[in-house]
Design a protein around this ligand. Structure first.
Ligand SMILES: [Zn+2]
Ligand SMILES: [Zn+2]
Length: 360
């Protein structure tokens, strides 16, 4: 196990959950020493993702306790291994969800290693050396350099952190559907939360007409005035839904609560695509008629490759795109997780691991 792996000699302070109560407490643990292919990162900030809640409470039944969550990690590189040529000490670095992949399968070779079936995540995963991975709710991180990206100099580190999961999750399907360099499309975003708000920013930066599709009427003002969305459809109002039939080229569905996608599909033009990135626990209700009568496509997408993640970071640097965040001190992790369960955040919590914000 991790604690007894011979080269795991680096003592790191972090925060972990120890049982399904999900309560987070300070936790000291060991990481591997910086290897030939590794970089060590002094973590400045780590975003809090809904996935962290699923893991600390063992809601998917796969948690190995103690679990140190966190996969939206940004910080400064403090060590580089002998084989590492693309990073140096002092660089601004980011680590997202992936810790390792097989490097040999067709997906790894094609540069879509996020779909490798051996993918191991940065926490609650099993690294190549057999150790359990611990995430970014900690002061230092050791990463294989192949799973590290650089954070552009002009982006604030705290607001850039959630790009590593929330950002890439919405960027990759937009790129996949040719929305990066072909402006003027009409796109819909279902749900205005951590994922949805950043999708609006990408959509506008790429020159599209962006519609928010939501069950909350009070989000219309916010969507249009603060985030710059062009239109808003109240999805539980059937007249509005009917009036907007066949108006959209592409829809990104970010909602993880149970919902029917049949009426949403009707909003797509013929040949339109709906991509699911929210993950409801139960199977999705998918009626066949909207698919057949509109030749529509429904597909999924999971984060992005490291190359795509770096491309996204660079695009964010170019367009000055960051997430809207609320900074949380490490004393208030449990409170933030409780608020996140109730979706009480605009739009992403970011842990101030190094106490940087209190120094300002
Ligand atoms: Zn995440
Ligand atoms: Zn692979």
């Amino acid at each position: 196990m991790a604690q007894t792996t011979p080269n795991h000699t680096m003592t790191v302070s972090g925060w972990a959950a120890h049982d399904p109560s999900g309560k987070i407490t300070p936790h000291t643990f060991k990481r591997r020493e910086n290897g030939m292919n590794d970089v060590t990162i002094k973590i400045l900030y780590c975003g809090i993702c809904h996935t962290d809640i699923h893991h600390v409470k063992n809601e998917w039944g796969i948690t190995m306790y103690p679990v140190v969550p966190g996969h939206e990690i940004v910080g400064i590189i403090t060590r580089v291994g002998n084989n590492v040529t693309n990073f140096k000490v002092g660089d601004r670095a980011g680590v997202g969800c992936m810790a390792a992949t097989c490097l040999k399968c067709e997906y790894c070779k094609d540069g879509i290693e996020n779909y490798c079936d051996q993918v191991q995540f940065v926490y609650n995963g099993i690294f190549w050396d057999g150790s359990i991975t611990y995430g970014g709710y900690s002061e230092f991180f050791v990463a294989d350099h192949r799973y590290v990206v650089r954070v552009p100099e002009n982006l604030p580190m705290d607001a850039a952190a959630p790009l590593l999961c929330a950002g890439i999750t919405v960027y990759a399907p937009m790129k996949d559907n040719n929305l990066i360099e072909s402006p003027g499309k009409r796109i819909g975003i279902v749900g205005l939360g951590g994922l949805g708000h950043i999708a609006v920013k990408f959509g506008k930066a790429f020159g599209h007409h962006v519609t928010i599709i939501s069950t909350s009427p009070n989000k219309e003002k916010e969507a249009k005035e603060r985030l710059g969305a062009d239109d808003f459809i109240l999805s539980n109002n059937s007249e509005e839904m009917q009036a907007k039939k066949r108006t959209l080229d592409f829809i990104l569905d970010t909602v993880s609560a149970q919902h029917s996608i049949g009426p949403t599909l009707e909003l797509l033009k013929v040949n339109g695509t709906l991509v699911i990135v929210g993950a409801p626990e139960k199977p999705i209700d998918l009626p066949s008629f909207p698919l057949i009568f509109g030749k529509r496509v429904v597909k999924g997408s999971m984060i992005g490759s490291i190359k795509e993640t770096q491309d996204m970071m660079d695009v964010c640097g170019k367009h000055n795109i960051t997430c809207d965040i609320e900074i949380v001190s490490t004393d208030n992790i449990n409170e933030a997780l409780n608020r996140l369960v109730k979706n009480d955040v605009k739009y992403r919590f970011v842990l101030d691991i190094a106490g940087e914000s209190s120094k300002v």
